[in-house]
Ligand binder design. Sequence first.
Ligand code: SF4
Length: 351
Amino acid sequence: MTQNEIIDFMTSLQQPRFRGRQVFSAVYRRGCRGFMEMTDLPLGLRHEMDQAAEVGMPEVLSRQSAGDGTVKLLMRLQDGSTVEAVSMLYRLDRSRDRLTFCLSSQVGCPIGCPFCATGKSGFVRNLTAGEIVGQALVLLEEAAPGIGDAEKIGVNIVFMGMGEPLLNLEEVLKAGRLLHDPEGMGISWRRITISTSGVVPGIRSLMGEGLPINLAVSLHAADNRLRDRLVPINRRYPLEELIPACREYADAGGRRMTFEYVLLPGINDKLEQACQLAELLAGLPALVNLIPVNPAGEEEQSGSNPADAKRAREFARVLKGKGIGATIREGKGGEIMAACGQLRSREVRER
Ligand code: SF4
């Protein structure tokens, strides 16, 4: 529930509006899991609320930690569905850490990218805003116990977990507003990134919201023939529709777009393909994030090995030489299958 929804709820219990704000910040800022913990409310009201409502958080079924500070949680939702969310730790300097929370927006995913574990599992349902924000609240408590509130630590949110966020835009945006609320977690819009496989109408709807949210597009190929295979939604929204929509988004927000490019050895990592990519993105304020591929179950057996570091550096050099910004993503959480393309819920896996 948003702050206004909680205020309305409290007024329906004949309480003043400020009680709604108290409950909101108790849940979203202080991480209270039940009304009895809200000691700034009168005891009688806490009992009354205990009867009338609940603070529903996802239940942590398993927790895996990697040596690099990555934590992956498998969480069960109220209907028994399970999703994964990941916290990654980045050390800015000796005294400052930054956490990036990678959240899921759907149970499973309908896009079906062949290199992605989630995509292989099929689609089950959209998550609600509460289920999305619940992942962040639980990650904050589990991955960074005692560190303090999100605003102080500098939490980044990336919608790059399970699912295609632009196919669940309404709930993702509601989650974004909840995460951003200064009386809750207070995460700046500029620290929130939505990653899409290229749902063009979703890009336009997001643009219509006029929010300074970062947009990342999973490109993975610079020609339609290959992209049709790697990102099947390309058959519906081919590059000649996707790239102009990205250009409009970048122009509207005056911001650089990020393009994710998984390097699949022998498939899309040839240097001619780097040239083709640079041509496609020419004139766009773009940063290409090169991602050495991560083994994801069957892909591993079918021969998708991590691209060698040398090829990634060469690919980046070609892009930079043609005026396109490029970085090679630091792999995080590979040992616990928490890296890109490796998330999959246990329940879905068993289907
Ligand atoms: S890569 Fe993203 S869009 Fe593609 S199947 Fe996986 S979760 Fe869905």
